[in-house]
Ligand binder design. Structure first.
Ligand code: AMP
Ligand code: MG
Length: 474
């Protein structure tokens, strides 16, 4: 299709100094197969309306080329599980370029593209299982209202890829506002390329915060924006019960989007110490550690930028993280409880409910949804006392029941991406049956709307799901 070939990519990253990337093409599969195409995202990106996904697949696989794209793999570094790794980079990814959309610039990036100079010991591939997980998670997050990368298309292959078992290779186009990570700045700082840092800072300002161009301390202003968007993002994760799993600094977007989530997991029962990543032996990225790890990562970014940002303001910005995080968390929990008014003990009220949920191993999502619908199974004394307190708090609201129900039902999802649901879809897809996957994607598109046909999707995990182990291997 002519229009697809001449898609209007811009490539400002490719115009930066060569130290930032390696320009290259990627490695096609011999027998690519279309797995899923995201029509809604294609529309946002302004792709041709009558686009044939089979045709787009040929571009993803590298059999056809976008005329205006300047493909490259990016160089970056990062702290992985707290340890410094001086050289990471896109070991299996290719940035195609950016498209201008009504929601701003969007990067298109191929994941699973084959080897690059940054592949280290990896094979450059992604497996179908992890590609499906990333696709599902992007959709789930987006429709819950949490900023996240998404996927435009997934393709599969019959190319064997060796992980714990032999699996099949897959690729997808990941769409994110940016692929610039905290680790990009760390790479420049710690690899004696710090003179390039202002170039990258200017690039971020130019592309995403042009209003800062005139600022007298634009780099520190930019740092402030990164810290606050990170704090607000992580508050959303906590409120929705999302565990990212690998919050290494190379997986942190500078625009506060959920990004590079491999072994992620949504909470089933409320367990604040939940570790979704089986490879995370120390629990560094446990659910309740995420807020402080977000701050740790901001410190790592500050260290990388130290010669370019104003030190006293930087300290203040770092100190503001906690307040921004709690303000956002409280705002979200007020909505979940149907509270329009602000009272100072609101978060305390939530904490008491969470303690009860933890002690009674209650399902996080379903408990809140039940509260929204006026159902609860608060049978013990502690909880009845809590419920009384909650009723008294509601009595101090000026809102009526209809308003409150509307707020609560649009803040407490009926359906989330439970791990076992993803697993069922993956197992079927691995033997060529994509019906469960397609159905699950539809369910995730309307997480707040109760649908009798979807009852099964809000069930708590079956017994077999307790044994599921998700690791970094992808
Ligand atoms: P991740 O855990 O996916 O964030 O990846 C961490 C780093 O390892 C990044 O530099 C990736 O590009 C690289 N990487 C992960 N898997 C592979 C692979 N199969 N082949 C090459 N590089 C990989
Ligand atoms: Mg990564």
């Amino acid at each position: 299709m002519q229009e697809l070939e001449s898609l209007k990519f811009s490539n400002p990253f490719a115009d930066l100094p060569e130290d930032f990337f390696h320009k290259q093409n990627w490695t096609p599969f011999d027998n690519p197969k279309l797995i899923h195409f995201n029509e809604e995202l294609a529309e946002l990106l302004g792709l041709p309306k009558d686009l044939d996904p089979e045709d787009l697949m040929l571009y993803v696989n590298g059999n056809k080329a976008f005329k205006h794209s300047a493909p490259l793999s990016m160089a970056y570094a990062g702290h992985q599980f707290g340890s410094w790794v001086p050289q990471l980079g896109d070991g299996r990814g290719i940035l195609l370029g950016q498209l201008q959309t009504k929601e701003g610039l969007m990067d298109l990036h191929i994941k699973g593209a084959g080897k690059t100079p940054y592949s280290r010991f990896g094979d450059g591939r992604a497996v179908l299982r992890s590609t499906i997980r990333e696709y599902l998670c992007g959709e789930a997050m987006h429709h819950l209202g949490i900023p996240s990368s998404r996927s435009l298309i997934m393709i599969g292959s019959d190319e064997p890829v060796f992980r714990e078992t032999t699996e099949f290779g897959a690729m997808m186009i990941r769409v994110a506002k940016t692929h610039i990570r905290f680790g990009h700045f760390e790479y420049l700082m710690h690899n004696k390329k710090s003179e390039f840092i202002p170039i990258l800072l200017n690039h971020v300002i130019e592309s995403y915060f042009p209003e800062l161009k005139e600022s007298k301390d634009g780099y520190t202003d930019l740092f402030e924006k990164i810290v606050s968007s990170t704090a607000r993002l992580i508050a959303k994760w906590q409120a929705f019960g999302f565990a990212h799993g690998v919050m290494n600094t190379d997986n942190m977007s500078v625009l506060g989007e959920t990004f590079d989530f491999g072994p992620f997991g949504f909470l089933d029962e409320y367990n604040p110490g939940f570790i979704c990543n089986h490879s995370d032996h120390s629990g560094r990225y446990a659910f309740n550690n995420q807020p402080s790890i977000g701050l740790w990562n901001c410190h790592a970014l500050a260290a990388a930028l130290k010669d370019h940002i104003e030190i006293e303001r930087t300290k203040e910005i770092i100190n503001s993280y906690e307040k921004i995080f709690y303000d956002e968390l409280t705002r979200l929990y007020r909505k979940k409880l149907g509270l329009f008014k602000k009272e100072k003990d609101d978060l305390k009220l939530v904490e008491e409910l969470l303690t009860w949920m933890k002690d009674h191993k209650k399902d996080y999502t379903n408990t809140f949804r039940a509260l929204a619908e006026g159902n609860n199974d608060f049978t013990d004394e502690v909880e009845q006392a809590w419920f009384k307190k909650y009723q008294e708090r509601l009595d101090r609201e000026a809102s009526n029941e209809t308003e409150r129900n509307a707020l609560m039902n649009s803040s407490n999802p009926q359906y989330i991406l439970r791990n076992y649901l993803a697993q069922e879809a993956i197992q079927a897809a691995e033997i060529g049956d994509f019906s469960a996957l397609n159905f699950l994607i539809e369910v995730l598109k309307k997480p707040y709307l109760k649908n009798e046909n979807y009852n099964k999707f809000s069930e708590v995990p079956p017994e077999w799901a307790n044994k599921l182990e998700i690791s970094c291997s992808s």
